[in-house]
Ligand binder design. Structure first.
Ligand code: C5P
Length: 318
């Protein structure tokens, strides 16, 4: 990437922007613990969650242009709207409004994170856009400032600006990193055919709770955080939990078969990722993950079984 002086700032000083394309890689997330509290008056649920960034990435490239345009290739091409409703366009416009620069860029997305899969692909792309456009336009915001803008776009955006493993509170938008010296964990990611709507899954857990048929809420993430510190996959496996899992399985009963198949293939533990329908399985090491993925792929319970590791960095320029 080459650099040049970009448009002037409020202080009249020129800013340093990029002339060449700016390419940003951004990971998917899973939730090692997803404790869902009551519905708040603003329509969100209070969360106690542990986010974990994994090595399935989207890539967003930003180039200078006379207007704001978006093209894409990969997962979900032809299904994902590329208009003003797209989180990428909304993220570019939000950054432009915040920094008072014209929202001019040619954006291209290479997508590997499944749509509506519970892996925060949309939020990941918004995080990537904030970083890419900030660099292209030379607006020079800090990661914390980008995360603050991202919080208005989606609950998971601030986490995907930062990455790693982090505690999420509020409706998920308030994040603080956990563990100074992380272990690497190995995962098998079972990608489903078709997505699930996040608001519908939240509505379903409210319905199951009102009907008295939901399991007790998980509450705080303390036991998961203690398990992470032990650095033992068997201990971590026993501590994984997701309050949205019964709701996702209620809406998509076939997910019970996916979870059974992963455990039968020898995974230490399995759970629905976020609001689903992607399921993730913890393996003891990379070779074990490859073996479980190969076995899962033969069962036909999912569209695809990929391996991944975590934690990985959040949105970053490559
Ligand atoms: O923040 P995000 O756009 O990802 O949220 C999508 C929807 O998921 C929200 O409009 C809300 O219905 C639901 N949600 C929720 N509680 C949260 C996060 C999301 O009810 N903490």
């Amino acid at each position: 990437m080459t650099e040049a002086w970009g448009p002037g700032g409020d202080d009249g000083q020129p800013r340093r922007g990029a002339t060449g394309p700016v390419r940003v890689r951004v990971p998917a997330k899973i939730n090692l613990h997803l404790g869902v509290g009551p519905l708040r008056p603003d329509g969100y649920h209070e969360l106690n969650t542990v986010y974990h960034a994994i090595s399935i990435h989207d890539e967003l490239t930003a180039r200078h242009g006379d207007t704001l345009t978006l093209t894409m290739e990969g997962e979900g091409t032809g299904e994902l709207a590329l208009d003003e409703t797209n989180l990428i366009i909304r993220a570019a416009r939000a950054l432009a409004a915040h920094t008072r620069v014209p929202a001019h860029a040619r954006l291209h997305l290479r997508k590997q994170i499944p749509l509506a899969g519970g892996l925060a692909g949309g939020s990941a792309d918004a995080a990537a856009t904030l970083l890419a456009c900030d660099t292209l336009w030379g607006t020079g915001l800090s990661r914390d400032e980008l995360a603050d803008i991202g919080a208005g776009l989606g609950s998971d955006v601030p986490f995907l600006v930062h990455g790693g493993t982090a505690l999420g509170t509020g409706h998920g938008e308030t994040v603080s990193p956990v563990l100074a010296r992380p272990s690497t964990w190995h995962w098998v990611v079972a990608v489903a055919d078709g997505g699930l709507s996040t608001p519908e899954v939240y509505r379903e857990i409210d319905r199951l709770r009102d009907a008295g048929t939901a399991p007790a809420a998980l509450g705080s993430a303390d036991s998961l955080l203690a398990a992470l510190r032990q650095r033992d996959p068997a201990v971590l496996g026993a501590a994984l939990g997701n309050d949205l899992q019964p709701a996702a399985v209620s809406l998509r009963p076939a997910l019970a078969d996916v979870l059974d198949a992963g455990r039968a293939a020898g995974a230490l533990a399995g759970l629905v990722s976020g609001s689903g329908p992607t399921c993730v399985f913890l393996a003891t090491d990379a070779a074990d993950a490859r073996r479980i993925a190969a076995e899962l792929a033969t069962t036909g319970v999912c569209r695809e079984a990929r391996t991944a590791h975590g934690p990985v960095a959040g949105a970053r320029i490559v």
